[in-house]
Ligand binder design. Structure first.
Ligand code: SF4
Ligand code: SF4
Length: 460
């Protein structure tokens, strides 16, 4: 029996446009891919290739830039034509390797399936995950090998996040239906790495055909996996809400799921673990939902990492003339894009385009103090006050209101009748609070160093 979480909303899921369509491969591969050297939380990668080099699919082209980082691999074979900053989906520019596709799809000699996967130790499996550049592919993009190695021995509940609670997105749903073996195989590998008897897969009840397919496969293969079905409520797929739904444990403010013995992995991440171990293939492709009222023929498409989003729109019949907004990610948590040149990265699960009369912005957003935002916030925050503090530059009050606990789910923005840009404001508010904290820490360290220097001089 799933445990309920506080707050949340019930938006129209808008999934019918794609949830019955099989995942398609691109009709024509992209002529060029642009592969950003940062597709993860942590230090960007250092390019291992230069202009003029030839590369093959699965070849490592980006070396991790620090402990928290993940390698990056070529997604097509061809020639490196540029190594330079290019626009990317997170905003601004990022050093990227641009590869001209030779359309040969030549696989690198580095891609080697393991001979006897069943004989691998948990440590050897983690090493494979690390070398395959696997990150949280639902958008969080935290390096997976660090989450696993940090959780072994501490985590007693592993949850595969198949809630896919954002409207429009159906890539995970289709993956369960079409690649069931990868999901179950990846989950079994996670069970082995954590030394657990069972791994949970959490799904919302609007995907019962996926639940049935999974349960049938689990029964047939005796896999160490159970399926938990949740009520459909946004943001059911948020890490903390999933932990509560499966275990009844509440992750404390400011803490990670590991604090209550849980680790959550995205469904795509789970499949990537399976492919890395059984096929030797690192992360080189992504299933992306291309949907929204601006897309002529919405679809789920699998494409090489680095494919420009314009190429995906072309595959889906193009954009309607009245398109006014493009979002990378879901409508609740995604980021608005101002160019169709930005490439698909490891964390990109959807590209949405909106057209016609869907623009709901107003000229002068105003808070009418209705309190609806408080009632839907799954983190028990008070968005109306946080908004006021941010607008007035009251950073101490903003921090005291726990803005850093905001998971940027967008439930408050969705429900706000005053049409305030709440989640956008909290994103920038969190940045400002973090910057102010970093500045205060640096000032305190500088003062301490000065005091120590003075004391030293005195002694001398
Ligand atoms: S929902 Fe919007 S209008 Fe209502 S109190 Fe919150 S911020 Fe104000
Ligand atoms: S975006 Fe932040 S403040 Fe708004 S509902 Fe979600 S967690 Fe609460």
């Amino acid at each position: 029996m799933a445990h309920a979480f506080f707050g949340g909303i019930h938006p129209n899921d808008m999934k019918a446009a794609t949830n019955e369509k099989a995942i398609e491969q691109l009709a024509a591969a992209p002529a060029q891919v642009v592969i950003p050297m940062s597709q993860h939380i942590g230090a960007p990668c250092k390019p291992l290739v230069a202009v003029g080099d030839t590369v093959k699919v699965g070849q490592r082209i980006g070396e991790p830039g620090g402990f928290v980082s993940a390698p990056i691999h070529a997604s097509v074979s061809g020639k490196v034509v540029a190594v330079e900053p290019r626009e990317f989906g997170m905003g601004g520019k990022m050093l990227s390797v641009v590869i001209e596709n030779d359309m040969q799809n030549t696989i690198s000699e580095e891609v080697k399936p393991v001979e006897n996967p069943d004989a691998l130790t948990p440590e050897q499996l983690v090493e494979i995950v690390k070398n395959a550049g696997i990150v949280g592919m639902g958008g969080a993009t935290f390096p997976t090998h660090i989450k696993i190695s940090g959780g072994i021995g501490k985590v007693d509940t592993v949850i595969i996040n198949a809630a896919e609670c954002e409207p429009y997105i159906t890539g995970d749903h289709r993956t369960i239906l079409e690649r069931t073996g990868e999901v179950i195989g990846g989950a079994a590998l996670l069970a082995k790495m954590f030394g657990l008897d069972v791994v949970h897969v959490g799904i919302e009840e609007n995907k019962m055909n996926a639940v049935e397919v999974l349960r049938k496969a689990i029964a047939e293969t005796h896999a160490p996996v159970v399926v938990d079905v949740f009520h459909t409520r946004y943001p059911q797929g948020a890490e903390k809400q999933l932990c509560q739904a499966v275990t009844g444990r509440q992750v404390p403010p400011g803490a990670l799921p590991a604090a209550v013995g849980c680790a959550v992995f995205n469904l795509n991440t789970t499949c990537a673990i399976y492919r890395a171990v059984y096929q030797g293939m690192p992360v080189v492709s992504k299933v992306v939902t291309v949907s929204g009222s601006g897309v002529v023929e919405p679809k789920n498409v699998e494409c090489p990492i680095g494919t420009p989003i314009s190429h995906l729109f072309d595959h889906c019949g193009g954009l309607k003339e009245t398109t006014f907004k493009i979002i990378m990610g879901g409508p609740m948590m995604g980021l608005a894009q101002y160019s169709t040149d930005v490439p698909i990265a490891k964390g990109s699960g959807a590209i949405l385009a909106f057209a016609e009369n869907e623009d709901k912005t107003v000229e002068n957003p105003t808070c009418i103090r209705c309190g609806k935002c408080v009632g839907v916030c799954p983190m028990h925050l008070e968005p109306l006050y946080m908004y006021m503090y941010e607008r007035k530059g009251m950073l101490e009050e903003l921090e005291a209101a726990n803005v850093l606990d905001c998971i940027e789910c967008g439930a408050c923005t969705y429900t706000c009748p005053g049409r305030l840009h709440l989640v956008h404001t909290f994103r920038s508010g969190k940045q400002k609070v973090n910057m102010a904290k970093a500045a205060a820490k640096a000032a305190a360290e500088a003062a301490a160093a000065k005091d120590a220097e003075k004391a030293e001089k005195k002694e001398a």
